[in-house]
Write a protein that binds this ligand. Sequence first.
Ligand code: FES
Ligand code: FES
Length: 172
Amino acid sequence: VSEPFSEAPVSVVVNGDPWQGEVPVHELLVDFLRDRLGLTGTKRSCEVQVCGACTVLVDGRPTSACSRLAYDVDGRTVTTVEGLELEDGPTPLQRAFVDEVAAQCGYCTSGQLMAATALLERHDGRPAYEEIAEWMSGNLCRCGCYPAIARAVQKAAVETVNEQPARDVDGY
Ligand code: FES
Ligand code: FES
């Protein structure tokens, strides 16, 4: 009787750094990142792909790390919040989050940043508030920072594409 298949090889690039090894087949991506690589910026909360706190980018696509197995990212690239910073400091989006005070407790913030990063990478202009709300509907904020988060995303988009200032989104 053969042994059950318990470990799987993984070759992945995380925040630009290659990693190769074997992981238990049941290991979740969130645990791989937090416990194996020490990248604790990725948070776990609901664990059932509802809250978005664990959002990372896999090949540029927002992914719930709580609901994906680590071995399933074999051959892919993963970006966590630790990988966002540019050589000369925070990204325009990170600076906009600070400027707009788009966080209170901050627990959801890394997931919000990852989802918003993916949105800005896909958008060639300044996303409307409704587009931001729809795109980021999978990222919950128990502190209710949604208007400030949207302002931050629009501000970062303006900075990125050098467009006109974003319209006021208060009152959403
Ligand atoms: S912890 Fe992954 S979606 Fe909530
Ligand atoms: S800032 Fe507290 S959950 Fe979003």
